[in-house]
Ligand binder design. Structure first.
Ligand code: CKP
Ligand code: MG
Length: 312
């Protein structure tokens, strides 16, 4: 395995029209979840990925498993929970520029994920553990699972990559801040956005956000700046990476997960940090031009052409 992740994946109801969700009659169903979005992105780029989670023993759970399996993600350690249902969420395209999400995931199968679901040998077979700040927000057993996975990863020499993915609707601000900082203290690489840096430290510049995370002991910090690109800081090396132009943003959700996939692919290929961050920016830019979180994720050839077309 190259990358293993744990987290919740849901069935997404994507509206066909703009405006309040209550008036939307038609939706398309898709599969989405921050961690599995990243794993699918990596799998499409040609890497070996594995997902640890729970889904319900229901039709939506079956849909999620067949989608992930179809995209090449290993799901052999996913548990089908007999007692709880698969979570779902709906998107609202409030207007052309704003998308909102409504979760129906409380008490979902994934929220019952626990430490015992993590097979040590399986996780130890990977090079990277990828986690996000959504999982510890789901339940106390999910919170424990995150710290347990980090412990196993460290014991076996895996690098831990963390996207804080702050979701204020899932937990209280105090608890979120405290937990995200506690997780950050344990990881090697962190991929925050500016708004997360501001939430955690009250800082608004990439430089100050990086310095705060370095003080917590994080070696590599990559601050995502949306269409402007990204800024990274690692052992004294810092740089801004320009974003790739996006003709039209169709669906901004999933950009961060795409970024993580592109970035991790660079690390797995041992390219320079600058080049890995560029890949992250490129995948993030491609993803937002397509409806859905995983549908726009490119394969290696598409990514290569996109990056070369822009830079040449
Ligand atoms: O930060 P992103 O827009 O890249 O993440 C989107 C995902 O897992 C989306 O798939 C959704 O299911 C979620 O984040 C979430 O739980 O909010
Ligand atoms: Mg994000």
């Amino acid at each position: 395995m190259d990358v293993i992740s744990l987290g919740e994946t849901m069935v997404l109801f994507n509206p066909h029209s703009t405006g309040k969700m209550r008036y939307c009659q038609d939706f398309s169903t898709k599969v989405a979840g921050a961690e599995s979005n990243t794993l699918i992105g990596l799998s499409k780029l040609g890497y070996q990925t594995g997902w640890i989670s729970r889904v319900g023993k229901d039709e939506l759970g079956a849909r999620i498993l067949s989608t992930l399996r179809g995209e090449g993600v290993d799901v052999s350690f996913v548990i089908r929970d007999e007692d709880a249902s698969t979570g779902l969420f709906l998107k609202e395209k409030t207007n052309e520029r704003h998308t909102k999400v409504f979760y129906y995931r409380k008490g979902s199968a994934a929220s019952f994920m626990s430490k015992g679901d993590i097979n040590e040998e399986y996780l130890a077979s990977a090079k990277y553990l990828y986690i996000t700040g959504i999982t510890p927000a789901l339940s106390s057993s999910c919170y424990e699972s995150i710290f347990h996975s980090i412990k196993i990863a460290k014991k076996h020499g895996l690098k831990v990559v963390f996207d804080p993915n702050l979701r204020k609707t899932l937990w209280g601000e105090h608890e979120a801040r405290e937990t995200l900082i506690d997780v950050a203290k344990e990881v090697d690489i962190i991929l925050p956005g500016i708004s997360e840096g501001e939430f955690l430290f009250g800082e608004q510049t990439p430089e100050k956000i990086c310095s705060q995370f370095h003080q917590l002991g994080v070696e590599t910090v990559v601050v995502k700046l949306g269409e402007k690109g990204a800024y990274y800081s690692n052992k004294g090396e810092t740089s801004y990476i320009e974003g790739y132009p996006v003709h039209k943003v169709v669906d901004p959700i999933g950009a961060g997960d795409g970024f993580a996939a592109g970035f991790l692919s660079g690390l797995l290929d041992h390219v320079s940090l600058q080049e890995a961050v560029k890949r992250g920016c490129a995948v993030g830019s491609i993803v937002v031009t397509v409806e859905g979180d995983i549908e726009g994720l490119p394969d290696k050839e598409e990514l290569y052409h996109f990056m070369n077309a822009i830079t040449s």
